[in-house]
Each structure stands twice: as structure tokens, then as C-alpha cells.
Design a protein around this ligand. Structure first.
Ligand code: MEV
Length: 316
């Protein structure tokens, strides 16, 4: 069994989560952490089955397993093999409910596994679109950024639009070291997206102004990335985090780990993804990044080192 080729990438949002749902720009990059899937044989029942999604016992969650099954069934149906009893095995390297795009990566891996097993011909655009539909099951109003990065595995500038999403590759002259730190608190993106929506309904002008401000930071960050200016990028990450806090999607646990990262030499640190718990990212100069990661490790946080590079292959 080769669980090698049917991969969905995890992602970090460098700048612009949440406001991206409201049509503003965001920048995201793939992680070296992926989800793999393969069709491993006929199911023992008459319908599609899926295992492995809940292989992390600490995370055992029947709702999660059920969700994986609903996602896999939707995929099989859309690909025209919904009546066939197949068994899909999933190997998740990515922690779930941590803002790292695990649900989109799951969808992409399962789509690729089924496409590959049945010898179907499906374009990457169609894979991303189907994963977007699956994301709709997970949380009602996805922007489309997670499924795009999960499919293409490249660093992108993204903007949602009904007339067709803007998706642009970003290049940077230097690779930028990143520490991902998990708060250890699981948080569902559906919940924080809902919280922002409720706030926006109550205070549309103020929320729109914050979204515009974040959009401006994303464009400044794009310029900093393109020039390879780590300290300018770090500064806009810090400002973006302050505005995410204003949107009330931070948490005491996120604030604690972000503060620790900044005090240990990070140039910028912010929550990434949905927030409310989940993960933070920090960037630092290449000669400081290990010490930032080490400080977080010693404080008991689970960390991953990755880097942002041109063509987005944040793969180590
Ligand atoms: C989740 O990774 C990013 C959010 O902006 C939601 C979305 O874009 O669908 C919070």
C-alpha cells in the first residue's frame, strides 16, 4: 500500500485570516505536514468506509470520525463511485482543529486517493473545487483559501470573489524560518467564523473598517515578503494579530504563547487560521529561530519548524 502520493497539504495563514471570508486578501503557505490517504480495498460493508482520521487517541472524537465519513461519501458521490464499497485509509500528520487546515487536507487526500484508485482524470482545479464543497460541510462559509493551498501546495496571495477567486503565486528572495506552536486547545474554525459573523452583524461599519485595515497589512506584508524583509513582515504580523484580537478570535492561551515567542526573539508572532485556541506562528532570523522554538518547547508547547520559500514548498 502506497500512502505516498495522495496528499493534501496543511497550511499556515501568514496574514489575513477571517477578513478573507469577507473578500479581503490573505497570504497562506503550505506546511511540510500533510494528510495522506489511500483506497486500501473493498469495504466490509456495502458502502464506503474510512479509518485513520481518529488514529490520535487523545483526539478521539466521534463527531470528527462522522465528519470524515460524510466528507468521504460526498467525494465518492461527486466522483461517480458513490455506490461502490471501498475502504479509505487515512494517515494524518497534521493535528486537527488547530487552524492548520487539516479538514481541507483530509478532503484533498481522500479525493486524490479515490481518483488514483479508479484511474479517473480530474484536474487540480476540480480537486480544489470539490474540497471547497467538503469544507462547506465542515464550516458554513469557507473562503476557499484552505482547499486551494491543500491542493496546490504553494504560497499564494488569495482573494475570494464570486467572479472567480484571485490566486497569485508569491516569491521571496530568502527562505523565512517559521515556528508553529500549538496552544493545546482545540478550536473549531466553524465556531470562530460564526463569532466574527455575529460581531459583524452587530457592528458592520467597525468590522468592515478592521477588515480593510487587515487588507492593507496583507499588502504591506506581500511587499515585505517580495523584498525578503523579515523585520517588516514581523511587524505586520504583530499588527494583524492585534486586529484579530479586536475581532475576539484570540484566547488567553494564544496570547501567552505569542508573548513568549516575541520575548524570546521572534520578529513577529500571531495566531494562524481560525484562532480561539489552535496554533500560532512566529518568524525570526535564521540564527534565532531554534532558540524561539526551544523556549516554546521548554514551556511545554508542541512546536513544528518550517520555512516559507518561493514556490511555497515549506517542506523541510
Ligand atoms: C481558516 O483557515 C481561515 C479562516 O479565514 C476561514 C476561511 O478562510 O475559510 C478563518
Amino acid at each position: 500500500v502506497d500512502l505516498g502520493q495522495n496528499v493534501g497539504y496543511g497550511k499556515i495563514i501568514l496574514l489575513g485570516e477571517h477578513s478573507v471570508v469577507y473578500g479581503r486578501h490573505a497570504i497562506a503557505a503550505p506546511l511540510s505536514l500533510v494528510i495522506r490517504a489511500d483506497v486500501t480495498g473493498p469495504a466490509h460493508t456495502s458502502e464506503l468506509t474510512i479509518t485513520g482520521w481518529d488514529s490520535d487517541p487523545a483526539a478521539h472524537n466521534p463527531a470528527g470520525a462522522q465528519l470524515a465519513e460524510r466528507v468521504a461519501k460526498l467525494i465518492a458521490q461527486r466522483l461517480g463511485v458513490g455506490d461502490l464499497p471501498v475502504h479509505v485509509d487515512v494517515v494524518p500528520e497534521l493535528p486537527r482543529a488547530s487552524g492548520l487546515g487539516a479538514s481541507a487536507a483530509l478532503a484533498v487526500a481522500v479525493i486524490r486517493a479515490i481518483v488514483h484508485h479508479f484511474g479517473l482524470s480530474v484536474s487540480d482545479e476540480a480537486i480544489s473545487q470539490l474540497a471547497f464543497e467538503c469544507e462547506g460541510l465542515v464550516h458554513g462559509t469557507p473562503s476557499g483559501i484552505d482547499n486551494t493551498v491543500a491542493t496546490f501546495g504553494r504560497m499564494i496571495l488569495f482573494r475570494r470573489s464570486d467572479a472567480g477567486n484571485e490566486i497569485r503565486d508569491i516569491s521571496t528572495p530568502v527562505s523565512i524560518p517559521v515556528v508553529v506552536g500549538l496552544t493545546g486547545v482545540r478550536s473549531l474554525t466553524a465556531d470562530t467564523v460564526g463569532r466574527v459573523h455575529a460581531g459583524w452583524q452587530k457592528n458592520p461599519q467597525h468590522y468592515e473598517a478592521i477588515f480593510d485595515e487587515i487588507d492593507g497589512l496583507v499588502m504591506t506584508g506581500l511587499d515585505a515578503l517580495t523584498r525578503g524583509d523579515l523585520s517588516a513582515l514581523g511587524e505586520v504580523m504583530n499588527l494583524n494579530h492585534g486586529l484579530l484580537n479586536a475581532l475576539q478570535v484570540s484566547s488567553p492561551e494564544l496570547e501567552a504563547v505569542i508573548d513568549l515567542a516575541r520575548r524570546s526573539g521572534a520578529l513577529g508572532a500571531k495566531l494562524t487560521g481560525g484562532g480561539g485556541g489552535g496554533a500560532m506562528i512566529a518568524i525570526a532570523e535564521p540564527d534565532r529561530i531554534h532558540s524561539v522554538a526551544n523556549t516554546l518547547d521548554v514551556a511545554g508547547y508542541q512546536t513544528y519548524l518550517t520555512e516559507i520559500r518561493t514556490n511555497g514548498n515549506g517542506k523541510l
